[in-house]
Design a protein around this ligand. Structure first.
Ligand SMILES: [Zn+2]
Length: 314
């Protein structure tokens, strides 16, 4: 059974649903998940051997030129001005915004706490309908133009994938069952926070959708997920919004993209009530106290602990 993070933005059960409806690109993306998992497992194994290097989170955006090659042609690196390719600019700007946000809000240097280089490849493969974090870098497909368009053109998708890196280095939540659903949850939480901050929106104004900028004309819905109304984003969206409807099956690593709807809804409700400035602190301090096999109950208890501490410290 898979215990490591595949961390691709389109969940396997959505890809399966699209594949059943005849999408060839979905079949290819589905088949590809295994090789991403393999690369990530190898990267995680080598991480413990790497010596920690302090850096500044410098950005490197490459163009895969629709090939399988990562880091093929360097298009824009730290400090360089805008280029013609808008996908490159969106990835560069969003990751820079997120890096500065983590530094000023939590005094945390993306992604590993020591400012490791941020490496991206856009235009990965041809008509590829996914984006992923493979353990040490990120890749974005252009989409097939039918169900999906470019994955690099979405703030919440870029931030979601970067956050998988942060979670890996802080709590390393196992990508399976409830710890995996929490891993997905933290990526959606900081995906939506970064989007709201870039767009200068309040929780009331925000759409709380994940992946609404990447869906194409044939996609059966408005987004991949809704944090405000889990289970309503598309016809394959089976996310519950309450423990009463908890998913107990084996699909999707025992529901990592499915049961994440439960804490997602909780985060939405908390943000409406308390505002993002308070919830972002509670959630990040909670992440720092979590561990690889933490479940929903552990998560809830740590949230209470962190919140009590914050109240006591004014
Ligand atoms: Zn994810």
């Amino acid at each position: 059974m898979c215990k490591k993070c595949i961390c691709s933005i389109v969940p396997p059960h959505v890809l399966s649903g699209l594949a059943k409806d005849g999408s060839e690109s979905s079949k290819i993306a589905l088949a590809d998940l295994a090789s991403i998992k393999q690369k990530r497992e190898a990267t995680l194994a080598s991480l413990t051997k790497k010596e920690v290097k302090k850096s500044e989170g410098n950005r490197y955006v490459y163009d895969s030129q629709n090939s399988w090659e990562l880091r093929k042609k360097l298009i824009r690196k730290e400090g360089e001005t805008e280029v013609e390719d808008n996908d490159v600019n969106t990835v560069y700007d969003t990751s820079g915004f997120m890096r500065d946000y983590f530094k000023s809000t939590f005094k945390y240097n993306l992604l590993d706490g020591n400012g490791m280089d941020l490496i991206f490849s856009v235009h990965y493969r041809k008509d590829y309908i996914n984006a992923f974090w493979d353990g040490d870098e990120m890749a974005f497909g252009d989409g097939d133009g039918k169900d999906f368009v470019a994955f690099s053109n979405s703030i919440d998708v870029i931030a979601h994938e970067l956050m998988h890196g942060v979670t890996q280095f802080i709590a390393n939540l196992q990508y399976y069952s409830q710890s995996g659903a929490l891993n997905e949850h933290f990526s959606d939480v900081f995906g939506t926070i970064i989007k709201q901050r870039v767009l200068n929106q309040t929780p009331e104004e925000a759409d709380w959708l994940i992946g609404n900028d990447i869906i194409g004309p044939s996609f059966p819905g408005e987004a991949l997920r809704s944090m405000k109304a889990p289970g309503t984003a598309n016809i394959h969206d089976s996310q519950p919004d309450h423990m009463d409807n908890y998913y107990n099956g084996n699909d999707d690593n025992q529901g990592v993209h499915i049961n994440s709807g439960i804490p997602n809804k909780a985060f939405y409700l908390a943000s409406i009530k308390l505002g993002i400035e308070i919830t972002e602190q509670i959630w990040f301090q909670t992440l720092k106290k979590l561990w690889a096999t933490a479940n929903f109950n552990d998560f809830f208890e740590i949230i209470l602990e962190v919140t009590t501490e914050m109240i006591n410290n004014n």
